[in-house]
Design a protein around this ligand. Structure first.
Ligand code: NAD
Length: 326
């Protein structure tokens, strides 16, 4: 039996596909390659196609005897989602619904979904746990909240699911051969690396007057390999009869932008040019996870710290200054 990994040629999906393969599990990746790379998953079965294409998805299910799915495929840029809402709803919401419909036609009943801490919007408290209200503040976050709700209702038709609310995915594979493409993301660690490697001149720190210990925003950075491991645990949970749930995937540790800069300079021995810029609209001061639920139910906890995130990201960008070849 095989795990179908949609969006498995992307950043988090490729790390998860590799981990599962190394564990001896059968996987097949379905990816349009619009924002992913064949070179990210060498030696792994790849079908180039769209989640909304029921003929392709159906064929993959039959040919590979798919029994479970990890659904990464989506667009993920918050800013872009506000400018192109139709594109985001079509791909992230309509695409996911079409995917589930085809899966159910092929008796696939276990589903792990890439959700996001963005569903909480600006939480009232930190750390935030799963009882907090969902108050998405962007089209992107709304599409994640919509699919979480849709999946919860799919219990009635026999689909069991785990929605994993990732906090800030960061870092790269230990091998130095896989990592995040800095051309396609606005996430802080790749943006920091861009400055370090001279692809941009200076890092903007958006606001230093927040009510945080050093005035800069605080987030929860999770190593991508730890995230990959959370998916394995979610699959195993569903395979042993676990019921549908949504849970945080975070370290429980808040890190400020300034702390991340200091860690980067300490790890790399290089100075990171940066300047204070005005706050960005909608940026909460502090967001980090309460990971109690995922520890209790899935037995997952983060094993890598911020130093390993920066070290691995630096290694990846140093060895692959142009990222993956297209
Ligand atoms: N990176 C983060 O910090 C983060 C945080 C929270 C949630 N997430 C979610 O995790 C998932 C993976 O994120 P990522 O950082 O690896 O993103 P990514 O852009 O690197 O990977 C997404 C992959 O999905 C593919 N794809 C998009 N639409 C598709 C479609 N219709 N059919 C088939 N393939 C399609 C893209 O080509 C790409 O390879 C996304 O759903 C994202 O919203 C990411």
């Amino acid at each position: 039996m095989t795990v179908l990994i949609t969006g498995g040629a992307g950043y988090i999906g490729s790390h998860t596909a590799r981990l599962l393969t190394e564990m001896g599990r059968k996987v097949v990746v379905l990816d349009t390659l619009e924002r992913g790379y064949r070179d990210a998953i060498p030696g792994i079965d790849l079908v180039v196609g769209d989640i909304a294409d029921s003929r392709t998805v159906g064929k993959v299910c039959r040919k590979h005897h798919v029994d479970s799915v990890i659904h990464f495929a989506a667009y993920k840029a918050v800013g872009e989602s506000m400018i192109e809402p139709l594109r985001y709803y079509k791909n992230n919401v309509a695409g996911s619904i079409a995917l589930v419909e085809t899966l159910l036609e092929h008796d696939v009943s276990r589903f792990v979904f890439s959700s996001s801490a963005a569903v909480y919007g600006t939480p009232d408290i930190a750390p935030v746990n799963e009882d907090a209200p969902l108050r998405p503040q962007s089209v992107y976050a709304q599409t994640k909240a919509d699919i979480e709700r849709f999946l919860a209702s799919c219990d009635a038709v026999g689909l069991r699911s785990v929605s994993l609310r990732y906090f800030n995915a960061a870092g790269a594979h230990d091998s130095g051969d896989m990592g995040e493409d800095w051309t396609a993301t606005a996430n802080l660690v790749p943006v920091v690396m861009k400055v370090l490697f001279g692809a941009s001149t200076s890092l903007d720190v958006f606001g230093d007057d927040y009510p945080t210990p050093d005035g800069s925003c605080v987030r929860d950075y999770v190593h991508v390999s730890d995230l990959a491991d959370a998916h394995v645990k979610a699959l195993d949970y569903l395979a042993t009869g676990g019921t549908s749930m949504a849970c945080n995937v975070g370290t429980g540790q808040g890190t400020s932008v300034k702390q991340l800069i200091t860690m980067t300079e300490s790890v790399t021995g290089r100075s990171l040019p940066h300047k204070i810029a005005p706050r960005r609209a909608g940026d909460p001061a502090t967001v980090f996870a309460d990971p109690t639920l995922i520890r209790a139910i899935l037995g997952w906890r983060a094993t890598r710290d911020l130093r390993e995130i920066i070290t691995s990201a630096y290694r990846w960008h140093d060895r692959h200054p142009d990222g993956y070849a297209r």
